[in-house]
Structures are given as C-alpha cells and as structure tokens.
Design a binder for this molecule. Structure first.
Ligand code: F3S
Length: 429
C-alpha cells in the first residue's frame, strides 16, 4: 500500500515519462521480454516483496517500450530526494524499504535534497523540514546509497564510461551523461531509478539503443552569437529546447565549450523541452558517428538569444542571487571567488554544489573568500528543490536557463536571468 501511494505521488510530481501510470496494475499475463531464470524467480516473489515490486515495475516499462531484455547498469542516480518534492508518502515508502533491509546492487547517488544537510540551521531552514529531510537521507543510507546529493554526480565520484549503460533520473545529469560522456541512459523517473538500483538492471529500450541516438534536427548557431557566459549557453539551450521539444538536436556553429558550458546548455534544453541527448559538431563524442544528412534545420541568431534573456526575466531587483544550477564545478566556484576577493556583496549570493566539491573548495580557501564577502557555498541542495519561497525571498537572480524556467512555478519566484557579472553587485571592502 505504501509503495503504491509513493509511486502515484512521485509520478504526479515528476510527470514521470517512463511510467504512464501503470505501476499499480497487477502484472497479470507474462511479460513479452526475455527474462533470465533469476529474474523470473524475483518476479514470482522468491526474493521478497520489495524486489518483486521493483522488477515488476521494470518489466512493465520494458513491455510498454518494446525492450527485448534487461541489461545491467553501471550506476544509478535517484531523484525524489527533497522532502519538499516527495512529502510524507515518499518518506514513509523509503523508510519501509530501508526497514525491510533492502540494499542497492550498484553505485547509487542521490539528486539534491531540500536543504544543506549540515549547514541548514545557519541558512534558515526550519527544524520541522530538517527533521523529515534527514529521515529521508537516513533511509537511503540504510539502503546502501551514497548520500551525496547532487545533480552533477559525474563531478563527485560517479563517472560512467563511454557507452556504459546507466539509469539516471535528473534531467540535466541524464543530458550530460548521454551527450558529453556518451554513456547511455533514459530519463528515469524516481521510482524506476530506485528499481534499477535495487535490481541492478534496466530494460533495454530508448537511448540504450544506438539507432535511437541519431539526431533528428540540425541547429545552426549563427556566427554572430557570442557564447561567453554560462547564461549564454542557458539561453541557447532554453530556446532550442522550446523549438525541438523531445527531438535529438545536432548543433553546428558552437566553436568551443567547456564542460560547465555544456552542462548549462543541456540542463536548459532538458527543462524547456525534454531533450535527453544532444550532439555538438566537433565537441561531443558521438557527433562524428551519427547520421545527420537530410534533417530539417533550425537557425539561432543573436536575436533569439536576446529575446530569451527578456522572456526569462520576470523580475527587476533580486533579493538573492543563487548560482550553481546544475551544481557548480570547482572551476565555477573558483571564478566566483576571484570576483569576490576583498570585496563585499551588496546582496546575498549562494552558490550551490555537491558536498565533495564544497570540501575541495574549502581546502583551496575559496569558501573562505566567498564567505568573507558575504556569500555562501551551499551543499546538497539547490534553489529549486529547497523551500526558498518560505524563507522570505520573492525575486531570485540566476544565470541558469533551467533555474529561470522552474523558479516561477516551483518556488513562486520572480526571476532575474542574467550573466554573473550583471547579477553580482559588490563594493570594495
Ligand atoms: Fe540541479 Fe536543482 Fe538545477 S537539481 S539542475 S541545481 S534545478
């Protein structure tokens, strides 16, 4: 019963694209997929209730999408971690699994939680929220999940290899893994990722198959488009995501981009559209291998980028600036520290990242520089999955196309979408 409530609530929240509401149905007739003897025994309940429900979910998905069999996954990243997102039904479901002693079978990381798991009090999170959030984390810990809560697991110790099959949930992480690393994952819902972690497998369909990784539309980025700031890549991604929706784009005209810029591009496309894989000529690993003849083309000029900045900005003066969507790399934190050295911030600035990157930044003295200026390096959470609307903030400044897309709906925020130099106001101390 608890499992079903959780699935329904989580699916409603995430608009799960891999479930279609059939998780609570009885399996009834046998699956059309090939199942090993061991998989059949699990399905018949020989390994206990939790494993049975989890493999049932995976088999159902496989049947819907025409998978031929299950394939092993190298790692999992589970969404549905913030108490703000999953509430009491999710919390009870996770504690139920943990109490039954069920453990994950592969390296499994978590998406951001609803608060900084260590510094929550100083940042202003409520005791009630913190208590429930820590119970969620504890349940995952008991299941053997690495309780590193981040949407950039590839920067924090969960780095798949080229062509490795994985089962990740968070849309920007899925986009990065598929596009920049060349690993293979569908965009899992929270429940299907957890099922993959507990079974160590996923059905073989969608982006796990080479034929489904071919581009469907060419995006020509005009030579007059300047892509300097992360926000420029966010604006490009937001615009293209709106145009191509769930198609696989093939970019021409992006001359250079580092991994931070590519993660900003992919995150925005996954948010405004449902792009889980993109290729960039000369930059991403499968771009030379795919077939791109005869595809329709979208043109992007300076005008589309300027219009996107305008469209995403719904506010005038931010109460707070929050950077790090997706979670900031060490390079991004270092660049922020360089801007703030011996300065004082006029308004609060947070930069969100994983605990591991924060610890590295701390050792380098970067956290100290940012805090002396009045900023915060916030770990484990982000501006969208934390309850910032309950902390007195009404207008948030961001340099992320993805955050600008979600903040109005998820956190009731007005948004100022701009590059970092426009967002950060400092005075010399
Ligand atoms: Fe990550 Fe939160 Fe952005 S989960 S991609 S920082 S909305």
């Amino acid at each position: 019963m608890k499992i079903e409530v959780f699935f329904v609530k989580t699916i409603k929240y995430y608009k799960c694209i891999t479930c279609l509401g059939i998780l609570c149905q009885d399996l009834g007739s046998r699956s059309g997929m090939y199942l090993t003897k061991e998989e059949e025994r699990i399905l018949e309940g020989e390994m206990g209730e939790v494993q049975e429900r989890m493999i049932r979910l995976l088999v159902r998905l496989g049947d819907i999408y025409g998978a031929d069999r299950m394939i092993p996954v190298g790692s999992v990243q589970v969404a549905g971690v913030s108490y703000k997102s999953i509430g009491d039904p999710g919390l009870e479901f996770l504690e139920d699994i943990a109490e039954k002693g069920e453990k994950v079978k592969v390296l499994t990381y978590l998406n951001p939680a609803g608060m900084d798991l260590e510094d929550w009090k100083n940042l202003g999170f409520s005791e009630d929220f913190a208590r429930n959030q820590l119970r969620i984390i504890d349940a995952f810990r008991k299941m053997g999940v690495v309780v590193t809560s981040t949407c950039t697991p590839y920067l924090a110790g969960n780095l798949p290899r080229f062509r490795e099959h994985i089962a990740w949930s968070e849309s920007s992480a899925v986009s990065f893994a598929n596009s920049v690393i060349g690993a293979r994952t569908n965009r899992e819902g929270g429940p299907s990722a957890l099922a993959a972690a507990i079974c160590g497998k996923t059905p073989n369909y969608g982006l796990h198959l080479w034929n489904n990784r071919q581009p469907q539309i060419i995006v020509n980025v005009d030579a007059d488009v300047n892509l300097n700031f992360l926000s420029d890549f966010g604006a490009l991604g937001y615009f293209v995501g709106k145009q191509v929706r769930n198609k696989i784009p093939y970019f021409r005209g992006i001359k250079n981009a580092d991994t931070d810029q590519l993660k900003a591009l992919g995150a925005a496309m996954a948010a405004s559209g449902a792009v889980a894989l993109y290729h960039v000529e000369g930059l991403t690993p499968e771009a030379d291998l795919v077939e791109k003849n005869g595809l329709e083309t979208v043109e992007v000029t300076k005008k589309e980028i300027i219009d996107t900045y305008d469209r995403l900005s719904t506010g005038l003066e931010p109460d707070i600036v929050i950077l790090g969507c997706p979670h900031a790399s060490l390079r991004e934190i270092s660049m922020l520290a360089d801007k703030l050295r011996e300065k004082t911030l006029k308004k609060p600035v947070w930069i969100c990242t994983s605990r591991m990157i924060k610890e590295a930044a701390d050792r380098m003295g970067l956290v100290d520089v940012i805090e002396k200026a009045g900023g915060k390096v916030v770990a484990d959470t982000c501006m969208v999955v934390s309850p910032i609307e309950d902390m007195g903030f009404k207008t948030t400044g961001v340099n992320s196309g993805k955050a600008a897309n979600y903040l109005p709906g998820f956190c009731k925020q007005n948004v100022v979408f701009a590059n970092i130099d426009r967002l950060i106001e400092v005075q010399t101390s």
